[in-house]
Design a protein around this ligand. Structure first.
Ligand code: UD1
Length: 417
């Protein structure tokens, strides 16, 4: 298992190019299962999760090839309908195979995803939504088994605007008989992206990006070609890197329109941010200002940026609070940040961060994708050397982050063990 060695403190300067969005690409890859031909995706980051999804698709008999950011997926032949435990446990988004398999073939068997290092992550809304469309669902031996001769459109009202449930129900509904209405749908840009790609394949979808999505089922979805949107969380992480190091970073190939809450929050911390078309310039403050941050569903502050903003606030002048309203247990980074000398007290879904003037390098352990990037941010600002263990978590969601940071002046290297 690789580790990162980071020597700080440093002040990052230069420009960085953002890759395609992991959370847009994974549903698009799953959606290719709806088509009996070859879908083409562009601007595909070569992440560990991309490879895991390719492996999952290969298990169904689907051929997928990736090179130069282009991914071709040929789902004309599907021979298996099972997403096995070995893959699902490493990537929960494997559950995205469920809706498309059921819609196109009338059957799907997917291992129950477990919890995460940071708490339970139920899938009841996915299952209730698919059951409303007529799927017969049984849970046995750790697997969800579902069958349906033909899905029928229905009204699906989500009690929480879950991204995953919206994706799964939308993918199933495009091939169902009649009209499906998803109420309280997730409004994340990745959902709108999926709708656009499916529409390119002939799906009839309206209202994506709002809380009410209407889908009129069609007989078949044709193979689609699509360019993946920029990763708003990667862009936000580099913006946070400028803030925590007092640096100046030009973030290129991003969509500032997807980053409103992150930009507002970092400005509140004292960063100067200029947004342009497809780019953003971020200059960190001399000393970070304390700020209160609450995560929320889009367009709220993303829970996927909560750990990174907490790292920034750990060196603020004053006391901040960070509340996670989406994933109340997502705080595994707190004890690790404290190893750098950060002063953070957690009570339920609230963390109180008492800013300290400086952090100190320390050995720490990555526990999930975003927690790992928070540890890198802290290490960049900390005095001395930090060793971050288990960086495979970060490789799931960031493409060659050490190379990108190195070009901005960070002293970071990957070591085996
Ligand atoms: C997606 C993102 C993840 C992000 C999260 C929230 C992908 C691959 N992952 O995860 O990076 O952190 O959105 O923005 O896009 N819930 C239920 N029942 C369900 C489903 C969800 O109670 O069936 C709850 C969850 O516990 C959570 C909330 O709904 O409290 C939001 O979860 P959801 O939007 O579904 O997250 P994911 O799709 O898993």
């Amino acid at each position: 298992m690789d580790s990162f060695l980071v020597t700080g403190p440093c002040r990052l300067e230069g420009s960085v190019r953002i890759g395609g969005a992991k959370n847009a690409m994974l549903p698009l890859m799953a959606a290719s299962l709806l088509t009996a031909g070859t879908c083409e995706l562009e601007n595909v980051p070569d992440l560990r999760d991309t490879r895991t999804m390719m492996q999952l698709l290969a298990g169904f008999g689907v051929r997928a090839t990736l090179g130069d950011g282009r991914l071709a997926i040929d789902a004309s032949r599907v021979e298996s309908f099972e997403a096995p435990y070995e893959i699902v446990r490493t990537m929960r988004a494997s559950i995205y195979a469920f809706g498309p398999l059921l819609a196109r073939f009338g059957r799907a068997r997917v291992s129950m995803p477990g919890g995460c290092a940071w708490g339970p992550r139920p899938i009841d809304l996915h299952l209730r939504g698919l059951a409303a469309l007529g799927a017969r669902i049984r849970i046995e031996h750790g697997y969800i088994d579902a069958t349906a001769e033909r899905l029928r459109g229905a009204e699906v009202s989500l009690t929480i605007p879950s991204v995953g449930a919206t994706v799964n129900v939308m993918m199933a509904a495009v091939l169902a008989d009649g009209r499906t209405v998803i109420e309280n749908a997730a409004r994340e840009p990745e959902i709108a992206e999926l709708a656009r790609a499916l529409r390119a394949g002939g799906a009839r979808i309206e209202g994506e990006g709002t809380s009410r999505i209407e889908i009129d089922g069609v007989a078949a979805i044709a193979p689609f070609s699509h360019r993946v949107i920029p990763d708003r969380i990667e862009a936000g992480t580099f913006a946070a890197a400028a803030a925590i190091t007092g640096g100046r970073i030009e973030i290129e190939g991003c969509d500032p329109g997807h980053l409103g809450a992150v930009v507002d929050t970092l400005r509140g911390c004292g960063a100067e941010i200029v947004c342009g078309s497809g780019r953003m310039a971020v200059a960190g403050p001399g000393r970070v200002k304390a700020s209160n941050v609450e995560t929320g569903f889009y367009p709220g502050f993303p829970t996927d940026m909560q750990a990174q903003i907490m790292a920034v606030l750990s060196i603020a002048d004053g006391t901040s609070t960070v509340v996670d309203r989406v994933y109340p247990d997502r705080f595994t980074h707190v004890p690790e940040l404290c190893r750098f000398g950060a002063r953070i007290a957690r009570d339920g879904n609230v963390a109180v961060v008492t800013g300290v003037p400086r952090l100190e390098g320390a050995p720490v352990m990555a526990t999930d994708i975003r927690a790992s990037s928070a540890l890198i941010l802290a290490a960049l600002a900390a005095d001395g050397e930090t060793k971050i263990l288990r960086v495979y978590h970060i490789d799931r969601g960031y493409e060659r982050i050490e190379e990108k940071l190195g070009r901005l002046g960070a002293r970071i290297r990957r070591v085996a063990g």
